[in-house]
Structures are given as C-alpha cells and as structure tokens.
Ligand binder design. Structure first.
Ligand code: PRX
Length: 646
C-alpha cells in the first residue's frame, strides 16, 4: 500500500469526552432526513424573530428560493442586543489584536453601543434600507461594527477585501451602486502601515454612485481629503447616541453582496438574505464546531473580506454569543510563531483556518508550534480547499496535540455556510475527506448527464435541495444566476463546479474545481490527488498541478513544486524520483509529464493557487491577467527557471 493510501485509510473516532457532551449527537442525521424543513425550522428557532414565518420554504419558482416566508427579524439585534438583554453584556465578543501588538477587548455591551452609534451615523448620512454600502477595511473592529450597522438599518453591505486593487473596488462599487464607502486610512501588514484611502479615492473618482466616504483613523497616515465627501469615522460616529431601535426586516431582505474572485472577466455579486442565512451560519457554527458560548474561545483566521470572515468571524459566532479572537495581520509578523503566541495568550479552544496556512507552517517546521502552549485547543477546522492527508495529520499532531478533531468544511461563497463536513462528536474522521453532507443538506455526486453515481466513483458535486443560506441570485443578473448554477442539470439542481469522489463507505472527497480535473488518455485524474502525492514526498513543501493540453493524451500533467529547505539543491535526480513517487503512489497514468522546481507559486490574495497562470506557462502561452496575484513578480521568477526556449 502506498504512503498516501495508507494515510487515507486511517480513522480518528470522535473523542469520547467530546462525544459525551457534544451539541449534536448521531440522531441529528435521522431527524433531518425525516423532516428536512422541520429540521431547519427548529434551527431557525434558535434566533429571535419579531414575527414568526408562515412557511419554511417557498420553492414554487426554482431556482429562486424564499425561506421563512412572512418571518421578520433584525440580524444585528440577533447578533448583539439579545445577548445583552439576556445578561451577557460583560462577555467578550472579540479579543482583537492589531499586528503591531496593540489590543482591544470588546464586550457584547460595548459592541451594542458601537453598532448603535454607527447605525445612527449611517442614518444621518442618508443611508436607507436597501441602499448598498461598500466596506474596504483592514481587520479592525470597526469593520465588524460597520457590517452590523448596515444590517441593523437594512442597508446591504458589500465588503471588498482590503488587498484588492482600486480597479476591483471600482468595478464592485459600480456593479452594486454603493452610496457610501467605509474605509480606513490604512492597516498594518507585514510590519508596516499599508494605505487604503488612496485606492478608495481612485475608485470613487471613477464611479458616480458614492456620496460619502467614511474613514476610520487607524495608522495616522497622511490622506488626501475631498471636502464635503470625506468624513472621519471618529468625528461622525463617536458623537452619536448609543440608542437605536432595531427595526425588523423581512426574512428575505438582502443582507449582503459578496463578489467572487472571477474566473471570468466580470465578478459575480453573490446575494445573501437575512433569515435563512443567519439560521444556517448560526446553526452550523454551533454544530460543526461544538461551540460552547460560556467557555470556548473561537478563532477564524480569515479576513472579513471573504465569505469565511462574514459567516464565521461575524454572523455565526455573534449569533451564538461566542467569544472570538480577531487578528489584523499576517502569520509571520513579527515572527513565525505569531499565531501560536495568540492561541497561547487568549487560550483559544477552537481554531479554524485553511490548508494553505497549514502547509506553510509545515514548511517552517514543527519546532515553531512546539515552542508554545497550545493545550487550550480542543477542536480544529479547515476550509477553502481540499486538505491533503499529510497536512491534516501534521495539523492534528503539531497543533492539535493529537487530541483535537479536525472538521474539514466544504462550502462556497454561494452556499453561505457549511455544507459538507464531519460532526466532531459523531463522525469517525478520515484525513483528507469532508465526508458527510451536513444534516438537512442533500449533496450528490453525479456523472456528466446528472445520473447519481454509486460509491467508489468520481463525478460532479451537486446539491439537490435548496438550503437556507443559499445565494438568492447574482446581484442584478438573474439570468446569469440561473445559467451559472442551475442550468447544467435543470433548475432544481445546483451545480457546485467541484469534482468529487464517493469512497466505498459513501464518504465524499472533494477533488477541486472541475476545471482543475484533468483528463489524461481518457482517465480522470484530480490535480489535488497528484498534488497530495507530491507533498507526501519528504522533499516537497508545496505542489501545484495543472493539466496542459497534449496532442496525444488530451491532457498531460505538469507539476510545479517548491522543495523543502534541505532538498533545494537536489537537481534532476530528484525530479525523476518525484515522478517515480507519483507513479508508485497513484499509478503510471498520474506520473507528471513535467516537473518544474520553483521558488514560489502564484497565489491570489486569498491564498488560492492560480492554476490558470501555471497552465499558461505549461502550455507555453502569453501569461493571462496577473493583477489578482499577491506578488506579480512570482511569474517572472517561475519563467526564469524554465529551460531556454520554453
Ligand atoms: O472548490 C471548492 C473549494 O473552494 C471553493 C469555494 O471557494 P470560495 O467561494 O472562495 O469559498 C471558500 C470558503 C468557503 C469550492 O468550490 N473549497 C472550499 N472548502 C473546501 C473546498 N474544497 C475542498 N475542501 C474544502 N473543505
């Protein structure tokens, strides 16, 4: 048996103590299967409704769903006020830590005051229910306050990741028609202040919907100022009253738009609404992470510019009255132990992060986490890409101390909340597999014609029933919504765009986007599978694999690998050995046609490898658009490594 297969065969049963006290037990699957809508209605009961719904789901006009029809609630009230009213005002909502080491502790009572003040400020600036508000911020508490203030008055927030360019911001402002931009002078990134306001000035200059720019003073950098348009947060928000009555909005009232990083030219504005979204993020946060509001300290390491930040830094944790850690900066600033230092300092019990981060930590070495007290941790989460079994085991051993279950959560910007993941007190874990559809979720693996496949097969992932936190449309483009997600297999079946495999036990393994699944000589091979094999080799730190068109085999496998420090000078023999390793691990068909040793891989700012660019190189084409790369010089470095003439 090969090394990867052997690892994939290992099982990690739910720890007894956790299982005995878990928020949800094994009966949950049965309950949800017997009465799916009743199950979600019960989940919705965990929220506070100003008016109860008449109907759980209206699916009379698919794919346009309405959840909790007739119900009314205020999302911000559910996240903040009701906890204060219940006597938990002194509980910490956020332990916030700035990159330079400055800290703020924000209780639920303080958060309520800040959100009310910001809501009053928005009203003063003429923002009304239904208006769009762009938020372009560093990871500071005001970003959360701004989101909640929008939710409180029924305005629709549209957060743009602070690492995006002014172009990206401008196109999103234009598409959404935002009337206000909330931003900051800058934030701290890799040890120095990084300006945000200039990008806003540039973007707003090219759009015509924005009336005001509200600027939080964070770094004290000099900023250009447009009188009449620009306002300091500290001037406008701080003087407002802490009283604001939260109006209840319809369950289907729009809550936010989040643009997905485009594989196509124009970004898609994914629209989420209120009641169903909050129901599913709150319930999944509570069940997937076994969240105990009185004792847990929860940390999602994402940026609020991504859906993970929206659902599991802001809405889920707050709706559940969690105490969270929020961190402004990067993992290596000022040193590579920064995250572990934060876990130790705040006694974090639940950590939720991405496999790319885990692999970076692996590259840095296990001595770093070993230098900190991580014994407070009891549960770990993973999101964003398939977690290869080697990274899973490393995470389990070196961060989780061998005792913490790892909950690998598959979901998307479009799904709003967790969709496929094990439950920590129930599931016997399999490193590398997201395993089981969440209770109340219908996920299937189908072939190209939409026929459901049996166990031990590979196909496309689809969702066959609507779910509460599903996207409702693409902002301003219902047709594109239908075409992109609900046309391949008809209007009742959501096409996720991911390849998936069901193993002999019926557990689901996500195989990456379908455009990343290769077809070599008629055999379907996942890029992830080859990558996982490569990173299982001791000399490899990171790998990215693409299918390059090949006149004989359809596609050929091209791998880009970063070597571990000690292996960096091993040369051609090592490349041969790696090819042999994959051949042995998966089969001759999976052996890469070409392996290129590189120093860096091109990644978007959210940490996703841009395979499109690697395919351009592998297929010897002009490079496509590199503007969303973290570091556009990476491509030059890779090209320099190629043999002459390629
Ligand atoms: O391909 C899947 C991958 O990320 C895609 C969704 O990306 P995004 O909308 O940016 O949301 C990321 C955070 C939820 C999916 O189509 N993906 C996400 N989580 C996993 C995953 N692939 C495998 N395993 C996961 N746990």
């Amino acid at each position: 048996m090969s090394e990867s297969t052997e690892l994939e065969g290992r099982r990690f049963p739910a720890p007894e103590q956790l299982a005995g006290q878990a928020n949800v037990g094994p009966d949950v699957y049965e309950r949800a299967a017997q009465d799916r809508l009743g199950f979600w209605a019960e989940a919705a009961e965990r929220l506070t409704w100003a008016q109860r719904w008449d109907e759980v789901l209206d699916w009379s006009n698919p794919p346009f769903a309405k959840w909790f029809v007739g119900g009314k609630l205020n999302v911000a009230y559910n996240c903040v006020d009701r906890h204060v009213e219940a006597g938990h005002g002194e509980q910490v909502a956020y332990h916030w830590e700035g990159e330079p080491g400055d800290t703020r502790t924000i209780t639920y009572a303080q958060l309520k005051d800040e959100v009310c003040k910001a809501a009053n400020a928005l009203v003063e600036l003429g923002v009304q229910a239904g208006d769009r508000v762009a938020i372009y911020m560093p990871m500071i508490p005001e970003a959360v306050v701004a989101m909640l203030a929008c939710a409180r008055i029924g305005a629709v927030h549209m957060v743009v990741f602070g690492g995006f360019s002014s172009d990206a911001l401008a196109s999103r402002i234009t598409d959404s028609g935002a009337v206000l931009v909330v931003t900051a002078d800058g934030g701290y990134r890799r040890g120095s202040p990084s300006a945000l306001k200039p990008a806003v000035d540039e973007a707003v200059g090219r759009t015509d919907s924005v009336r005001n720019v509200l600027v939080v003073r964070r770094t004290e950098q000099d900023v250009a100022w447009t009188e009449g348009r620009d306002l300091w947060w500290q001037d406008v928000v701080d003087r407002q009253s802490t009283e604001h009555t939260a109006e209840a909005f319809d369950a289907e009232h729009p809550l936010y738009i989040m643009y997905t990083s485009g594989t196509t030219a124009s970004p898609k504005g994914i629209l989420h609404t209120s009641g169903g979204y909050l129901t599913q993020v709150a319930y999944t946060h509570w069940a997937s992470f076994d969240l105990k509001p009185d004792t847990d300290v929860f940390w999602t390491s994402a940026d609020i510019g991504w859906v993970t930040g929206h659902s599991y830094i802001v809405y889920g944790p707050l709706a559940n009255r969690a105490t969270s850690v929020m961190y402004e900066g990067t993992p290596e600033t000022p040193h590579r132990g920064r995250w572990f230092e934060l876990i130790e300092k705040y006694r974090v019990t639940i950590m939720y992060t991405a496999p790319t981060v885990i692999r970076t930590f692996m590259k840095w070495g296990e001595d770093i986490p070993a230098g900190f007290d991580l014994t407070s941790l009891r549960l770990l989460g993973s999101v964003g890409e398939p977690i290869n079994p080697e990274a899973w085991l490393w995470y389990h051993k070196n961060i989780g101390g061998g005792r913490c279950p790892i909950v690998d959560t598959w979901w998307q910007t479009e799904t709003g909340a967790h969709m496929i993941n094990p439950l920590p007190g129930v599931t016997s874990l399999k490193p590398g597999s997201a395993q089981t559809p969440f209770p109340g979720i219908s996920a299937k693996v189908v072939d190209d014609e939409g026929n459901e496949l049996g166990d031990d097969t590979t196909g496309l992932l689809v969702l066959t029933e609507p779910w509460p936190s599903m996207l409702r449309t693409i902002w301003g483009d219902d047709d594109r919504y239908v075409d992109t997600y609900w046309s391949r297999f008809g209007k009742q079946v959501y096409f996720a765009g991911d390849g998936a495999k069901k193993d002999a036990d019926g557990d689901i393994w996500l195989l990456g986007r379908v455009d990343d699944v290769m077809n070599v000589s008629g055999h379907r091979i996942s890029t992830t599978e080859v990558e996982s094999s490569l990173v299982a080799h001791p000399a490899v730190a990171e790998a990215a694999v693409v299918g390059a068109s090949d006149p004989t085999t359809g596609q050929g496998i091209v791998a880009f690998v970063i070597l571990r420090g000690s292996a960096e000078d091993s040369g051609d023999d090592l490349v041969k050995e790696l090819r042999q390793h994959v051949r042995k691990d998966i089969g001759p068909i999976a052996s890469p046609r070409q392996i290129m040793v590189v120093q860096e891989l091109p990644k978007t700012r959210s940490g996703k490898i841009m395979r499109r660019l690697l395919r351009d190189i592998a297929e010897n084409r002009e490079l496509g658009d590199v503007t969303t790369l973290t570091d556009s010089s990476v491509m030059g470095l890779i090209k320099d490594k190629l043999p002459a003439g390629s």
